[in-house]
Design a protein around this ligand. Structure first.
Ligand SMILES: [Zn+2]
Length: 248
């Protein structure tokens, strides 16, 4: 264990002394096909008994991934947009679910995405949307409940809205730099900040297809430190959605 993860451990020890509990959940994006990196992710989470949400891209996935994931009951499925296509002009940040197309067109795709994944995964598929690039137009959000969605997951602090929000807050990947795993220092700082802010369920965001050695190594060490810590709980997304729906 590195010194930095030791710092996180000390924070958790203090929380334990104060009778507090840190709660986490794990979301992994961009699954389409079975792959060795996906097997590795399933392996490392299963080793520590950590539930996993895999955000699957409906338009381009199919039975092979479903056969792989249906064998793993601790893995839940979320709907990762429709085709993960960018409809924003080059001058804007990438968006599939932005205001660049009529809202009914976007909602029709998202409805088909949910029914596609329900067809492939049944009850293993949560009625939760994970917008590609974590961006979605507010008017599209207003229409999600009407087409069967109950939850929405983006990146950053949760904001009040018409659906249950279950966001991610710590991104394992350094998208603007190495496009590999962020440093221990950066990740532990984010985790400490999220704990200090009192975020009720801290979401860790991973992308199995781009993990380098640092990303895999940090993930394994983080799970080793946290999974059995008495002040730590890795929760199933379905349980969090259920609890939050009761509060809406
Ligand atoms: Zn994505």
């Amino acid at each position: 264990m590195t010194i930095l993860l030791g710092d996180l451990c000390q924070t958790l020890d203090r929380m334990h002394e104060q009778g507090k509990c840190a709660r986490f959940w794990l979301r992994d994006d961009d699954a389409v096909f079975p792959s060795k990196p996906l097997d590795r992710l399933i392996g490392v989470t299963a080793d520590h008994g950590v539930p996993l949400v895999v955000a699957v891209i409906p338009a381009i996935t199919g039975a092979p991934l479903a056969q792989r994931l249906c064998a793993t009951p601790d893995v839940s499925i979320a709907v990762h947009g429709w085709a993960h296509l960018n409809h924003a002009p080059a001058t804007q940040k990438k968006q599939e679910l932005g205001a660049h197309r009529p809202v009914p067109v976007v909602l029709a795709e998202l409805s088909e995405g949910l029914s596609t994944l329900h067809g492939l995964y049944g009850a293993q598929c949560l009625p939760m949307l994970v917008p590609p690039w974590n961006r979605i137009d507010p008017e599209v959000v207003q229409g999600l409940a009407g087409i069967g969605y109950r939850g929405l997951s983006v990146f950053g602090p949760e904001k009040p809205g018409p659906l249950v929000m279950l966001n991610t807050h710590v991104d394992l990947i350094d998208w603007r730099g190495t496009r590999g795993g962020r440093t221990d220092a950066a990740l532990v700082a984010d985790l400490q900040q999220a704990l200090a802010a009192g975020i009720p369920d801290i979401g860790l965001l991973t992308h199995h297809l781009v993990h380098d050695a640092q990303a895999w190594d940090f993930l394994a060490r983080l799970l080793a430190v946290t999974a059995n810590h008495p002040a730590c709980q890795w929760r199933k997304a379905s349980d969090i959605l259920h609890d939050r729906a009761a509060l809406l």
